[in-house]
Design a protein. Structure first.
Length: 179
């Protein structure tokens, strides 16, 4: 319990990595942690693609709007939503569920990586068509997040949170900060 809260508090997005490789067994722990995340109806409408080749990472970095730090990290896990698997049971909300299945697993990867001494960054800024094409994804599989993984070479402080400004009790009680 204490360790979980500590990980939630101290995990940071890492954008500078050491050259040290991530072991296959650690990658397996991350993938297993991803799979243990909740999912709508336990359909697990998500898929994981591990990219570690120099060529693969270079192409991914280009598709991620030239966020070059992706290339520095030894591994990127591309977390995808499988829309077809969700549609087999759900209708109007199926896409939303598949996306939530995928994002819940992203969070597990980030926290499991932190516990292993690894750094991660959740990357959402990328050209979806380009990523889909270079990974050969079928139409019903959408890349949701690129999660870069490696040994951290920086220790950033936490960017500030909005705290009570976005907390509401019982119902919407005050003006939104965006109004
Ligand atoms: C949906 C989403 C998309 C993100 N996309 C990127 C991204 O493309 N590049 C990047 O460097 N960080 C990205 N981030 C990381 C955020 O910038 C980071 O989580 C935020 O600044 C808070 O910092 P922290 O993770 O250290 O607490 C993304 C995070 C989320 C949840």
């Amino acid at each position: 319990m204490k360790e979980c809260i500590e990980a939630i508090e101290n995990r940071r997005s890492i954008r500078k990595f050491k050259s040290k490789q991530v072991s296959k067994s650690d990658i397996n722990i991350l993938l297993h942690s991803a799979q243990m995340a909740p999912s709508a109806g336990n359909l697990q409408a998500r898929e994981f693609i591990v990219v570690s080749s120099e060529e693969g990472k270079e192409k991914l970095a280009r598709a991620a709007l030239k966020q070059e730090f992706l290339r520095e990290a030894p591994v990127t896990i591309v977390v995808c939503a499988n829309l077809k698997r969700s549609e087999m049971r759900y209708r109007a909300r199926s896409a939303l569920y598949a996306i939530q299945d995928a994002t819940a697993s992203v969070m597990n990867i980030l926290l499991a990586a932190y516990s292993l001494g690894l750094g991660t960054c959740w990357m959402g800024a990328f050209d979806e068509k380009e990523v889909s094409s270079l990974l050969g994804l079928p139409e019903h599989v959408r890349p949701i997040a690129l999660v870069v993984v490696g040994y951290p070479d920086e220790a950033p402080t936490a960017p500030p949170r909005l705290d009570e400004k976005i907390e509401h009790w019982e119902k919407w009680t005050s003006q939104s900060i965006d109004d």
